[in-house]
Design a binder for this molecule. Structure first.
Ligand code: MN
Length: 252
C-alpha cells in the first residue's frame, strides 16, 4: 500500500472516547494526521485494532491506564496476550495524584512489568503518563530501558525542567499539547529539551481548545505555541515535528 505522507502528528489521542469513534478514525485518515490512538484498557484493544488496521495514518496502542488500576489490574493477562500484536503501547505509566495514590504500589508493579516486556521485545514505542510521578517514571525507564531498542514518549510531561532534561538525556521523546503549552511552566520544559525530541498531541477529548474538547488531529494550537517558544516559523515547526516522528519510528 502506498501511503501519502502525513501532514500533522497527533501522538496521543483517545479516539475511542469520542461518541462516534469510527468517524474519528476516518477523519484522521483523510486529514493525513499521523495519529497514535491510545487505549486505556486491554478490553478496548480488539475493536481499536480492527479500525486501525484499515488506516494508513492511525497507529493503535495497547494500554492499561494508571488511573484505572483499581478496577483493571486484573487485565494484565489480557494485556500480555495482545502484546505481540502491536509495536505501540499506551497509555501506560504512573499517577501519584491524591485520587490515585492508594494504588501507586500496584501501578508501579504493573508499569514495571509493561516496561520489562517492552525492553525484552525491543522496538516498541510507548506513550507514558507521569502525573506527579516524573522521577519514579524516569527511574523505571532508566533501569529497564538502558539496553533496549524500545522508545519512551512522555505524554503531557509536567515534571521539573531538570527532570525533562534527564528524560531527554535518556532518549525520551515528549508529546506536547495546546493546554500544556498555555502554561508558563511549559516554556521551561521545552527550553530544557532538544527540539528534535518533541512531538505534538491533542490528548483529546481531555484537552480543551477555546472552550470545547479538542478534536482528534487538531494540533494547530500546539504548533503555534511551540513555534513561539522555539522561535521557529509555523512551517518550520510543522516540518520539525514530522521529521521527529520519522526519527522516532525508524526501526532500530
Ligand atoms: Mn491520555
Amino acid at each position: 500500500m502506498i501511503t501519502d505522507p502525513p501532514i500533522a502528528v497527533d501522538y496521543h489521542c483517545h479516539l475511542d472516547l469520542y461518541p462516534n469513534f469510527e468517524k474519528e478514525f476516518s477523519h484522521c485518515t483523510s486529514a493525513k494526521v499521523a495519529t497514535l490512538a491510545v487505549t486505556t484498557t486491554p478490553k478496548a484493544w480488539p475493536r481499536n485494532k480492527e479500525l486501525g488496521d484499515k488506516s494508513p495514518h492511525v497507529r493503535v496502542a495497547l494500554g492499561l491506564h494508571p488511573q484505572l488500576i483499581a478496577e483493571r489490574a486484573g487485565e494484565l493477562g489480557l494485556f500480555e496476550r495482545y502484546f505481540t500484536e502491536t509495536r505501540f503501547i499506551g497509555e501506560v505509566g504512573l499517577d501519584a495524584s491524591p485520587r490515585y495514590y492508594s494504588t501507586f504500589g500496584e501501578q508501579k508493579r504493573l508499569f514495571e512489568r509493561v516496561l520489562q516486556l517492552c525492553a525484552d521485545a525491543g522496538d516498541k514505542i510507548l506513550s507514558i503518563h507521569s502525573v506527579r510521578a516524573a522521577r519514579e517514571v524516569l527511574n523505571c525507564v532508566e533501569l529497564l530501558f538502558a539496553k533496549s531498542s524500545s522508545r519512551a514518549v512522555l505524554h503531557w510531561f509536567t515534571g521539573a525542567p531538570a527532570d525533562a532534561k534527564r528524560a531527554a538525556d535518556l532518549g525520551c521523546f515528549f508529546s506536547v499539547n495546546e493546554q500544556m503549552l498555555a502554561k508558563p511552566s511549559a516554556r521551561r520544559i521545552i527550553e530544557a529539551i532538544p527540539p528534535n525530541q518533541i512531538l505534538t498531541e491533542t490528548d483529546g477529548p481531555f484537552v480543551q481548545s477555546k472552550g470545547h474538547p479538542v478534536k482528534p488531529g487538531q494540533v494547530n494550537g500546539a504548533i503555534e505555541a511551540l513555534s513561539k517558544i522555539l522561535n521557529y516559523s509555523l512551517s518550520q515547526t510543522q516540518k520539525l515535528i514530522l521529521k521527529n516522528l520519522a526519527e522516532l519510528e525508524q526501526h532500530a
